[in-house]
Design a protein. Structure first.
Length: 281
């Protein structure tokens, strides 16, 4: 390569520079800065939980604090009308026998990625996709507001709770039993402990399913063919896992995917609004 070729390559690169990530803060401090907006998600969940508290088992209330009643039979009826049976019931009748299997381990691993994917993508966007970081935060904000609003105006019980109430066939909450097959029982215990403190009527939409698709849609423009296949497989695997483990109905999953699509569209609007228009000639 001649000196002229090198100079031409440098000129081409500098024509579209990557956003600077230089900072007086170290990488750990930057990571904490990037993650700080995620606290809004925790606050939103806490508010939704407070609004829905009267509907929790044992309180005997007919509505939440805003006057919205709980939905028990609507989602399973929607699933049954499409599939001829409630998929969670159908799958567990054929795959659950009281012992953990390899597919339970896969389900447990897929399920737990929900708690890791958002922080990881936030870090990736901060350090390597800085020009899209605010679009990602915008998408997360829209996603959280829409999803939590769904919990408030349409409180709905998941399959495992509907089964406990005798509204559908037998469905157990088994999103943590795969850790026993992996000989990591302590993770399963930790997962179950966290679930006990969660909002029991936060099923519609499924933000577990929505978050998986949100990640896939956000990363899609920069992903190669192989990674796009992985992203699609991840979103589908999360949806299947949630239905099989009794966490959500299929209709919850589709509602979560819709919220994710709307959120990404909102994030794109934020990004376009921040992009300066080219000077008029």
């Amino acid at each position: 390569m001649t000196q002229q070729d090198v100079e031409r390559a440098v000129d081409t690169t500098s024509a579209d520079p990557a956003p600077s990530t230089e900072s007086r803060h170290g990488p750990i401090a930057q990571l904490l800065i990037a993650w700080s907006p995620l606290s809004v998600i925790l606050v939103a969940y806490a508010v939704a939980g407070w609004i829905s508290a009267p509907l929790e088992e044992g309180d005997g209330a007919a509505t939440n604090r805003l006057g919205f009643g709980v939905h028990v039979t609507g989602p399973p009826s929607a699933d049954a009308s499409v599939f001829g049976a409630v998929p969670s019931v159908w799958m567990q009748e054929r795959l659950v026998d009281g012992s953990p299997h390899w597919y339970d381990a896969v389900a447990a691993l897929v399920y737990v990625t929900h708690f890791l994917s958002i922080p990881i993508v936030t870090a990736v966007a901060w350090f390597w996709l800085r020009d899209r970081f605010k679009a990602w935060l915008g998408a997360l904000l829209v996603f959280t507001v829409l999803g939590v609003s769904g919990y408030v105006v349409y409180p709905a019980v998941p399959p495992w709770l509907a089964s406990e109430q005798g509204e559908i066939g037998t469905v157990d909450r088994i999103s943590n039993i795969g850790w026993e097959w992996l000989h990591l029982d302590w993770i399963g215990t930790l997962t179950a402990s966290g679930q006990e403190g969660s909002n029991p009527v936060a099923a519609m939409p499924s933000l577990h399913a929505g978050a998986a698709l949100l990640v896939a849609l956000f990363l899609w423009p920069i992903a190669g063919t192989l990674w796009r296949v992985v992203l699609v497989a991840y979103a589908l695997a999360m949806g299947l896992t949630l239905v099989y483990t009794g966490e959500h109905y299929v209709v919850d999953v589709f509602a979560g995917w819709l919220v994710a699509a709307l959120a990404v569209a909102g994030g794109a609007v934020v990004r376009r609004a921040r992009t300066p228009s080219p000077p008029s000639r």
